[in-house]
Design a protein around this ligand. Structure first.
Ligand SMILES: [Zn+2]
Length: 373
């Protein structure tokens, strides 16, 4: 429990808060119905009140793209409600407002009373002319309201431990110097949570950020849980489903799928190659060859023109001359010249004798494998 002395500037702030929270006439208009979850398994009911709304913006956003208090409180309250519904099976959630609408203070209190709520939480964002001031405040009506005091204590601790917030303390009417309507007029344990200062640039960004809001929501969930448990109530707080875990899982899954697809593609390619090779081998095995004989008449590192006189002599005798070029030999490119072509070795020998009569004394017979088509 802390006690706070108000400076002049703080007085200005408190005075403005006073105007907002007290200047409304206390009239009986508790007739407004709220939307309640009517599941029978719920043991406790928590009313979540997003401060301000409609033409009452609350504290104004200071930094560019930062929201007014009325929007931030609604965002936080909605996230809080979603998390309670998802992770605290014994708790029923009731909202005072779910949209950007103006709601009188007595209507907010009216909803809580009509619902016979176990806890009333009003969510706000603070402001102070001194930009350096930051931190959370838990407001209760008085120390005499023991349950409110305990609830504020659990929430205050959770804001420090779970959300790593600086606590400015728990404030009663006596500390503030004035009552707060929603706390004064609710019979159930009630806390008005000032989640941080929009006038402090760092805290304003924190309150506007999804991460900051998640931390605030988490702190309230833990504060509520420890409050109920301290009263020996069975309250469950299910662990947060880690989006990071899910993302990691999804990433790992897609990685595994990608690898599998790649493996299948690789295997398919390999199979295709094996098939092609098998087909080639089979085709090769089906091919039939015959031996043909040629008489090699000349070999040279340079091409000999077909019009060479020696070749012309053979052509006159109807003996065709064929050029065959061998690439990549150790001796380099080689031009070989052959006379005739026959499947009969006998004919080849006759041809050799014939050729030798001309200028090809070193001619010899060579055999080739030739595919039979
Ligand atoms: Zn406020």
């Amino acid at each position: 429990m802390r006690f706070v002395l108000l400076s002049v500037s703080q007085f200005v702030f408190w005075n403005s808060l006073f105007i907002w929270l007290l200047a409304f006439p206390i009239i009986s208009c508790y007739g407004q119905k709220s939307v309640a979850n009517t599941e029978n398994t719920k043991t406790f009911k928590v009313v979540l009140d997003a401060g301000h709304g409609g033409y009452d913006p609350g504290s104004e956003g200071k930094t560019a793209n930062c929201k007014d208090e009325k929007h931030l409180t609604l965002e936080i309250v909605k996230k809080l409600g979603q998390q309670i519904k998802a992770r605290m099976p014994e708790i029923e959630v009731v909202y005072t407002r779910r949209h950007d609408v103006y709601l009188k203070l007595e209507d907010r209190v009216g909803i809580a009373e009509e619902e016979d709520a176990d806890v009333f939480l009003s969510i706000h964002c603070n402001s102070n002319p001194k930009k350096i001031i930051y931190g959370t405040q838990m407001h209760i009506h008085s120390n005499a309201a023991h349950s409110s005091k305990k609830l504020a204590h659990h929430l205050d601790k959770a804001f420090q431990n779970v959300a790593d917030r600086k606590s400015l303390g728990i404030f009663t009417t006596k500390d503030r110097g004035f009552p707060l309507f929603v706390l004064q007029n609710t019979e159930m344990p009630s806390v008005l949570i000032e989640t941080g200062f929009l006038s402090n640039p760092e805290e304003e960004i924190f309150l506007n950020s999804p991460d900051g809001q998640t931390k605030i929501v988490e702190a309230i969930l833990h504060g509520l849980t420890s409050y109920f448990r301290a009263k020996n109530h069975k309250v469950t707080l299910l662990p947060v489903e880690s989006e990071a875990d899910e993302r990691a899982m999804a990433k790992a899954n897609s990685k595994a799928v990608k690898k599998l697809v790649a493996d299948i593609e690789e295997a398919t390619k390999r199979l295709e190659k094996v098939k092609q090779e098998a087909e080639k081998e089979e085709a090769e095995s089906k091919k039939k060859y015959k031996i043909v004989y040629r008489v090699q008449i000349s070999s040279s590192i340079a091409a000999i023109p077909s019009t060479h006189w020696d070749f012309e002599q053979l052509k006159k005798k109807k003996i065709p001359v064929e050029e065959l070029v061998t690439e990549g030999d150790a001796r380099g490119r080689r031009y070989r010249y052959f006379a005739g072509k026959t499947e009969s070795l006998e004919q080849a020998q006759q041809l050799l004798q014939e050729v030798k009569k001309y200028n090809f004394k070193d001619a010899f017979i060579t055999s080739f494998e030739q595919e039979i088509k």
